[in-house]
Design a protein around this ligand. Structure first.
Ligand SMILES: Cc1ncc(COP(=O)(O)O)c(C=O)c1O
Length: 371
């Protein structure tokens, strides 16, 4: 059998716990909405939204309704025909990499990294270089390192701010500086923006790179910042028509098109992004003091940089004898909570990813301080 798609380390890690009743405490999205709560939040019922939906195949780039919603409510300059909808961000990413890259192309990636962002180019036999962020520097990006890598040669730079797994983010000025560096060295910029909107204060809200760069690609999804993973809708925005055409060709091998029901629901729900984000940020802001509590309680064993965006942290393990993977296993056995170890994120840092976007987080804080 071919090994073009080796099992992701995330899946391998979780497999060892199959059959055990563990609670995930590594999630990067806030607690998912239920239907009733969602209907209350947007002031409309699913049955009102789904009246007389066309149940034929959707257009390959996505329905006009959803693309209009995204263009009007999520971007400044991007127009609806510069958006393609996908079955999740995951499909959008796969299509971008497949359309843009060929073997031996040089790809630069910020690490620690959400595994598919690096594994897809590795599977395609690209040369991947990492820009390692570290906890001591508050997970901040070193622009001199970025430029040095661009000088060596780079076809594609992959960023993901707000960042999974550290919760790090950039300022608006920093993001625009990155865009300018990409323009200067003619590098494509793939910006995974699935946590855009979860910045803890409005003045930290990042722009979308697709609005600012004709070789910038912005990827979004309804599952993460908006906390509705049960509707399988992601999208990408890109000004470059040639790339969009290639992406549609790749999508033809995958979902071909999304479910019309999902597209219709997303088209209406995403007209009110602020209402969805408000509910999610409320949970995050409520739990942030607990994060400070756990940082203080466990300060002899872990080091946490309190984030300004998203709802996950990468807790660095101090002078431990155990690897992060072993520690995650032991914590799972003792507390019943599953965290993700750093071995899943292409980094040498020994750390655990902890999600703090659910009400359950307070119970976890209590139990882990006893463990
Ligand atoms: C940074 C990042 N990008 C993309 C995705 C994929 O999102 P989805 O599985 O909803 O397509 C995830 C999921 O965790 C993620 O963390």
């Amino acid at each position: 059998m071919n090994n073009h798609f080796p099992k992701l380390a995330m899946a391998k890690f979780s497999e060892q716990f199959k059959g055990q009743k563990l609670q995930s405490m590594h999630n990067t999205n806030p607690k998912p909405f239920g239907q009733y709560e969602l209907e209350q939040t947007i002031g409309m019922s699913f049955s009102e939204i789904l009246q007389d939906v066309n149940l034929g195949f959707a257009p390959d780039a996505g329905t006009v309704g959803l693309r209009n919603t995204l263009a009007h409510h999520h971007y400044e300059i991007i127009e609806s025909d510069e958006i393609i909808t996908h079955a999740g961000a995951q499909e959008a990413l796969f299509c971008v990499f497949s359309a843009l890259l060929k073997p031996k192309d040089r790809v630069l990636i910020v690490a620690p990294v959400f595994e598919p962002l690096v594994q897809i180019p590795l599977n395609m036999k690209c040369h991947v270089s990492y820009l390692q962020l570290d906890n001591e520097n508050n997970w901040s990006l070193n622009f001199d390192e970025v430029e040095a890598e661009f000088i060596k040669g780079c076809q594609l730079f992959v960023i993901n701010f707000p960042h999974n797994p550290t919760g790090a983010t950039l300022s608006r000025q920093e993001l625009l500086k990155l865009v300018n560096l990409c323009k200067k060295y003619d590098v494509w910029l793939l910006s995974d923006e699935v946590f855009r909107g979860l910045e803890h204060s409005l003045n930290l809200r990042l722009p979308a790179v697709a609005d600012y760069y004709d070789k910038g690609i912005s990827v979004g999804v309804i599952s993460k910042a908006f906390a509705i993973p049960g509707i399988r809708i992601g999208w990408l925005a890109c000004q470059n028509e040639q790339l969009r055409k290639k992406i549609i060709d790749v999508k033809g091998y995958l979902s071909i098109c999304n479910s019309q029901l999902d597209e219709k629901l997303a088209a209406v729900l995403l007209q009110k992004p602020e209402k969805l984000l408000e509910r999610n940020l409320e949970i995050i802001v409520k739990n942030k003091p607990l994060l400070k509590e756990i940082k203080e309680l466990c300060k002899s064993s872990i080091n946490i940089a309190i984030p300004h965006a998203g709802c996950c942290v990468f807790a660095e393990i101090k002078n431990g004898n155990l690897s992060a993977g072993e520690l995650a296993k032991q914590l799972a056995l003792k507390t019943g909570y599953l965290l993700y170890p750093s071995s899943l994120f292409k980094t040498k840092t020994q750390a655990l990813r902890i999600g703090f976007g659910t009400a359950e987080f307070s119970r976890f804080v209590k139990l882990s301080s006893l463990a």
